[in-house]
Unconditional design. Sequence first.
Length: 270
Amino acid sequence: MPVAVIDGQPLHYIDQGCGPAVLLGSSYLWDRTMWAPQVEALSQKYRVIVPELWGHGESGQLPPRTQSLEDLARQSLALLDQLDTPSVNLVGLSVGGMWGARLALLAPERVNSLVLMDTYLGAEPEATRQYYFSLFKMIEEAGAIPEPLLDVIAPIFFRAEIDRESALYQNFRQSLRDFPRERLLDSIVPLGRLIFSRKDVLAQLPRLDRDTTLVMCGQQDKPRPPTESAEMAELIGCSLILIPDAGHISSRENPDFVNEALLTFLANHA
């Protein structure tokens, strides 16, 4: 994988295909494989760029001065500058949508179109914020994600009836188990606290271009339910697509539906 040095740390990314640039922003706790079906489909017509979050995949640790989602947006702009890419079509899922929308608000001239998937631009509800912070504390104390927590965290990302013996589920569960202690403490937990203590920017959403923005959400998304996506789509004034048979990681649970929707949207906006 190619690497860019951003804020003193190595940021690894995929850069595949030719054509208008599509930047894919990933979910917390997932590496580049969460976009594998989309990279394969989109790179036939587009240049697909997938940066890996700090502490995830092959990227380095969270840079010390990274304190907000605005910092993640700024770092993504720095990557685009290094790649000499003046503008992109941005597709962000979960935290990828959180920093992606902030990037579009910060530098609208750099974003030709925006797809917000399984994400929310409001603050984290206090009850879930406290719950996630309690999990982070347990992870810090153990220096690992303890076995019982694997069966708490992994199901959050999928529809309720997913086959827990499937390769998709088991590979993700194993990836959580495999996080090294140092990476958990210096990147994963601090990044999680940053994400779940984010500021509410819903009031800024009407500034986004309704004609070049799309909101998508898995019908069975638990952490980012469709009601949140509907709220955002109404504020923006854009279309909302609900993804059947999918939870939070809709890109992997129903890739054919997601690919068709993205290809249709990009054909009209890229």
